[in-house]
Design a protein around this ligand. Sequence first.
Ligand code: NAD
Length: 501
Amino acid sequence: MSELDLNLTRAAAYLKPFAEKGVLNRIGGKDSAGVASFQTTSPVDGGFLANVARGDAAEIDRAAKAAKAAFPAWRDMDARERKAILHRVADAIVARAEEIAFLECLDTGQALRFMGKAALRGAENFRYFADLAPSARDGQSLPSATLMNVTTRVPIGPVGVITPWNTPFMLSTWKIAPALAAGCTVVHKPAELSPITARLLVEIAEDAGLPPGVWNLVNGFGEDAGRALTEHPDIKAIAFVGESRTGSMIMKQGADTLKRVHFELGGKNPCIVFDDADLDRALDAAIFMIYSLNGERCTSSSRLLVQSSIHDDFVAKLAERVKKLKVGHPLDPETEIGPLIAPEHVAKVCSYFEIAQSDGAKVHVGGAKLDGPGCYVQPTLFTGATQDMRIANEEIFGPVLTVISFSDTDDAIAKANAVEYGLTAYVWTNDITRALQVTERLEAGMMWVNSENVRHLPTPFGGVKASGMGRDGGDWSFEFYMEQKHIGFATGRHEIPRLGV
Ligand code: NAD
């Protein structure tokens, strides 16, 4: 039996309970089938995976009320106890890492070589924020002449978390772990296209001792369940990861209830390669940052800006590697690129093959859907592109790279910044002065010099321009999920202005 066959057998066993019972909502510690259901299907062949409970506004209302009811006890729990519970959640994620990874591959089409690590990164997120829980309320002492001023932080209340389909498990842990550590309760609305591991996650958390109602899960579509969550008066904040235009809709929907929002949105991130860089490492990183995770990755380097003096050599080597990328079943350990999430997304990605050519770029490698029932697309490389083309400005969100040539530092910066997005940027140069000047002028929330994206949890994660608002990571996560309070204690009997005497 091949390793893929073994994995398929194990994956089928992990899927069985979901295929039989469905992917149910979880509200106040109880299952709910919702008002109707929809199906989640396999990107590999379009086959049935599971029925999913479809939540509506009434289901969201019940979940928000459950989160509200659970809030005081969770907020007031000794933070050391919260820390212990969240560490137990991390332990349970590790114990079930294979199950999580396999189900994630089946539901999203992401390759196992990346998803195995995603489960462990999810556990890391819980451990990191668990350790910060006991100090989350800490404040400052800011004495003045007449007052001992102190600050403290309190959790904002029940919060809504809305996540996208690309790496649902990792992203759910990333948003929910800090909310729980801060003392908030949660209503989570996962993406309708890949809901399975979010359900697994809430089960894991409750099995690990998370009290009922602290974490509620409502599946459903953006326009009904998602919208109702953003409009609910008991939900104090919305942490959202998804497309920029959805972020804009959420901001409008949340206006009447003055929702606090945190947005992690799209990107069209540049990887800038100067001629003095370590070109072998730059090549590895450029390929990794667009073709890993099927290119369905907000931080992907989907624009490669190459200095004209090295352009032709660099592109020749790049093209050879792109041709050799292994496209295959997500559960095959050899696979580098799996099927995209859904047929509609394949149609969107493939539409750019035509757009590229009509705008005057060259389809250097790939440029077609692969035959067969699944959502497989050839890894694609566009060359000869200019920054005014659509393929250089729009987020394609697939294994598709656009190469653009630049002349000097000013040209590189102008091109890098000439998009509406500003999430990440990758700079390759061995000239430290140039690196400092370029990173100073780039419009991006996160930049790496001579490196691919390597996440370090204490650092701020987020974008500028249309790529987002607010930051995650370290204390930034708590700034979002908590409210500052100031208390001034009079140190003596200072003179109080007397009116109406
Ligand atoms: P999407 O915006 O279509 O959907 C994301 C979530 O929002 C889903 O759960 C969806 O049901 C919900 N939603 C849709 N309309 C809504 C509405 N009106 N009100 C409330 N909720 C609504 O995004 P997607 O297609 O699932 O994900 C891909 C996008 O996510 C890409 O643009 C990608 O760059 C972005 N993304 C960003 C980051 C980041 O950290 N910046 C990370 C991952 C993905």
